[in-house]
Design a protein around this ligand. Structure first.
Ligand code: PMP
Length: 360
């Protein structure tokens, strides 16, 4: 007997989440690979953080349900604090959902539905919990195949469904009516993952409570606060109360609570950053469209997906010129695709310059 026999079989087959290791880069890189906000915080935001840090009771546990932050986010999103669950990034929220809903029924493992290609953690976290991932291909324009999703819902009766809208890595938003119809067709929980919702101008937040089983997930990671690791789930208060029972106590730390509250208390800088990032994405998209060698997919997020002949070689050539993007190229719908996060104007220009040189 060894510990290996006690490991869930699915764990052996998982691979480690391993983003690019910046420490190994021979030179400073233009980092357009991780869908972060292009801009660091403003001086007045940092000054407010310093003040709040001075007030943190480091010898005490955090406020157990992060109530002050739930109140601040509830005000921003026009919901009630009881409708909010917070996590150490939305990654943790996905994990909490699997803990609560991924147990399976009648001796059958739980099914987790999502359109594909999409954010890889839905699959990875489902597998880690012993659930069965149920990817349903997006259509040729990377939109929802509503008929195929409905058929999968009827056939497999999934406990959970995830619709990232705008979707990562394709960048586009899904049809709100379709997501609502799909949510209504489910017995289980349909999560609209709005990680990039701040840039796309559309949200399903107003539909929570109206559409049974509809939840909206959000994150502060894409709007300048990735280091705080804060994600949120908005749902019906009775379901959120159940989820609070299975999240680990103190899953959100005091520093993140205090600093996020400070950022939300004076939201002008936060909102200005969101507008600037959206503007930079529009600029990047326009610059990429001017390059005839690229197919540019429409984006409602803070990044742009492109297709180019021999994408892995283009990725390496860009890296050699100091520009890091995400190489997503693999057989299937993402063949020869690269994902490029919007940078500052200078970073976007550096990326476009490098692309022009590589593709010449
Ligand atoms: N959902 C989507 C669609 C994402 O792209 C990401 C981050 N790449 C996340 C969730 C996770 O965000 P967080 O930093 O809040 O864990």
């Amino acid at each position: 007997m060894s510990w290996k026999e006690h490991l869930r079989p699915a764990v052996f087959d998982l691979s480690l989440y391993s983003p690019f290791d910046y420490a190994t880069a021979p030179r400073e890189l233009v980092r357009l690979d991780a869908n972060e906000a292009a801009y660091p915080l403003e001086a007045d935001e940092l000054a407010a953080f310093q003040r709040e840090l001075g007030k943190v009771a480091f010898h005490r546990y955090p406020e157990v349900s992060a109530r002050p932050l739930r109140e601040a986010l509830a005000r921003r999103w026009g919901v009630r604090p009881e409708q909010l669950l917070l996590g150490n990034g939305s990654d943790e929220i996905i994990s909490i959902l699997l803990t609560a809903f991924g147990g399976g029924r009648d001796g059958r493992a739980a099914r987790v539905l999502y359109p594909a290609p999409t954010f890889g953690e839905y699959e990875a976290i489902a597998l880690a919990h012993g659930a069965v991932p149920l990817p349903v291909p997006l259509d040729a324009r990377f939109q929802l195949d509503e008929a195929a999703l409905l058929e999968a819902i009827r056939r497999e009766r999934p406990a959970l469904a995830f619709y990232a809208s705008p979707n990562n890595p394709t960048g586009n938003r899904f049809d709100a009516g379709a997501m609502e119809r799909l949510a209504r067709a489910m017995e289980g929980v349909a999560v609209v993952d709005e990680a990039y919702g701040d840039f796309g101008g559309a949200t399903q937040l107003g539909r929570v409570g109206e559409v049974p089983g509809l939840f909206v997930m959000r994150t502060l990671s894409k709007i300048g606060l990735a280091a705080l690791r804060l994600g949120a789930l908005v749902g019906p208060a009775d379901a959120i109360a159940e989820l609070h029972k299975v999240r680990l106590p103190y899953n959100v730390n005091s520093v993140s609570i205090a600093l996020a509250c400070a950022a939300l208390d004076e939201p002008a800088a936060l909102d200005a950053r969101i507008r600037r990032v959206a503007e930079r994405r529009r600029e990047l998209e326009a610059g990429l469209r001017a390059l005839p060698a690229l197919t540019v997919f429409p984006s409602d997020s803070n990044f742009v997906l492109v297709r180019v002949a021999d994408a892995p070689a283009v990725f390496r050539a860009l890296l050699a010129r100091g520009v890091l993007v995400r190489n997503l190229s693999r057989p299937g719908p993402l063949h020869d695709c690269l994902r490029i996060t919007a940078g500052t104007s200078e970073e976007n220009e550096a990326c476009l310059r490098a692309l022009r040189a590589v593709l010449a």
